[in-house]
Design a protein around this ligand. Structure first.
Ligand code: COA
Length: 260
């Protein structure tokens, strides 16, 4: 059996998925793309998992990109398939029914930034650097980078990052809306786990409703998106957790959500 390119560990209801190729700065080869897809399928199916943290092994990198060694020899058809393989996995992450936090512990370049962007939230160490350096290789982003960065940070930012290929630091990434929070590197894990635990304690079906509304709304016109939100809003009234949450507020106590 070959070694898995991932480490997977549960901390209470939080699953931590770590890309584990530190000697290659956690570069995404085809096996790692597929392992990530399987890991997120498993996390989606496991009711005991309420939130997921995704990170990279070692002190230097979240993920330094798609695996350049593996890409360098691809034919055009294989290149397209490789892009589709990465896009499929990242769409799977984006459409997860429970929140996924990218813990950006270092370089998030190319496919690494694309991977962080398909997560629902991003917390970065103040030492992290992010960018889309594909242009320096005569390439373009292929795992959704031109599109997710456009939607996340706007036209000026996506064009600056993709056309120049120059990485930016975590503080600038936050200014541009690419990462949600920046924390001192020494606090990254504790802060991320604190947020993950908070999300893991929230009402799971309501979290899922929010994720669904944002995913569906991102792909359709406002009027339909609002209809969809209203339908999802109605649907949460069928949950025990909604009754518990509202009752707990009125009774001035902490709610206990049960994923029902
Ligand atoms: N694909 C494959 N291997 C990669 C990689 C990638 N995207 N990024 C880093 N590596 C490998 C290096 O080849 C090196 O392997 P080796 O020790 O077997 O030679 C190892 O990881 C360490 O990287 P190194 O370049 O020596 O580290 P550094 O600290 O000098 O530089 C970076 C760090 C991130 C600036 C540099 O590795 C880099 O520019 N990586 C590529 C980033 C990129 O273009 N990503 C987009 C790909 S489409």
């Amino acid at each position: 059996m070959t070694d898995s390119p991932l480490l997977i560990a549960d901390r209470d209801a939080v699953r931590v998925v770590t890309v584990n190729r530190p000697d290659k700065l956690n570069a995404l080869d085809a096996a790692t793309l597929d392992a990530l897809h399987d890991a997120f399928d498993a996390a989606a199916d496991d009711d005991a998992v309420r939130a997921v943290v995704l990170t990279g092994a070692g002190p230097k990198a979240f993920v330094a990109g798609a695996d350049i060694a593996q890409m360098s020899g691809l034919t055009p058809a294989q290149g397209r398939d490789f892009a589709l393989r990465g896009q499929r996995m990242m769409r799977r992450v984006e459409k997860m029914p429970k929140p996924v936090i990218a813990m950006v512990n270092g370089f998030a370049l190319g496919g690494g930034l694309e991977l962080a962007m398909c997560c629902h939230l991003r917390i970065a160490a103040d030492t992290a650097k992010v960018g889309q350096p594909e242009i320096n290789l005569g390439l373009i982003p292929g795992f959704g980078g031109t599109q997710r960065l456009l939607r996340l940070a706007g036209r000026a930012a996506v064009l600056e990052l993709c056309l120049t290929g120059a990485p930016i630091d975590a503080a600038r990434a936050q200014q541009l809306g690419i990462v949600n929070r920046v924390v001192p590197a020494a606090d990254l894990e504790a802060e991320t786990m604190k947020l993950a635990a908070q999300l893991a304690a929230a009402a799971p079906l309501a979290l899922r409703g929010i994720l669904d509304c944002v995913n569906v709304g991102a792909d359709c016109a406002l009027a339909e998106a609002m209809e969809y939100e209203a339908a999802q809003f109605g649907l949460v009234f069928s949950t025990e957790d909604m009754r518990e949450g509202t009752r707990a507020f009125l009774e001035r106590r902490k709610p206990e959500f049960r994923n029902r």
